[in-house]
Write a protein that binds this ligand. Structure first.
Ligand SMILES: [Zn+2]
Ligand SMILES: [Zn+2]
Ligand SMILES: [Zn+2]
Length: 161
């Protein structure tokens, strides 16, 4: 048994590490040998589902294994890790699929500098419709230049109101 505070630390650390895992999977796998599955997310196909959605299933595997094996073998650190990955996946879905790409109309505008910057950076990622020369492969960690631009936009918008 690990203490709850340690579990929470593992959970938070896993959440942030998953951003790096997602960044490298996106950059090296999805824009590399797995481009077949990611292509339609950049080039747009009719229909609600994308081949790209298969990545939700792929990334769910380590989360599921961590939770299931962790419970079976009473290694609760792995259970916390599994939930950290799951929380990241859920956040990714809300920010990337709902907030940025609007697959569901659940979230209205969020006009804070951080959210403006995340969306801007990801739109820059989508400027490239082929697998080469991408940028901004991460989601939650935004290059400073976009954050600074977003802060300026935010201040200008506020001044207008
Ligand atoms: Zn991409
Ligand atoms: Zn996207
Ligand atoms: Zn790209």
């Amino acid at each position: 048994m690990i203490p709850t505070w340690a579990g929470i630390l593992v959970f938070i650390a896993t959440f942030f590490l998953t951003e790096f895992a997602a960044w490298s999977a996106h950059k090296f796998a999805m824009h590399g040998f797995m481009w077949y599955f990611h292509k339609d997310h950049h080039q747009g196909q009719p229909g609600f589902f994308e081949r790209n959605d298969v990545f939700f299933l792929i990334f769910a595997v380590p989360s599921w294994l961590g939770i299931m094996l962790g419970l079976m073998y009473k290694q609760y650190g792995f259970v916390w890790m599994g939930f950290g990955i799951m929380a990241y996946g859920f956040t990714y879905f809300l920010i990337h699929d709902v907030f940025i790409h609007r697959r569901f109309k659940w979230i209205r505008e969020i006009n804070t500098p951080y959210f403006l910057a995340i969306r801007r950076a990801h739109k820059m990622h989508h400027k490239h419709i082929n697998k080469e020369d991408g940028e901004c492969f991460g989601l939650l960690i935004v290059p400073f230049k976009y954050y600074n631009e977003a802060r300026k936009t935010y201040k200008q918008n506020k001044a207008v109101k």
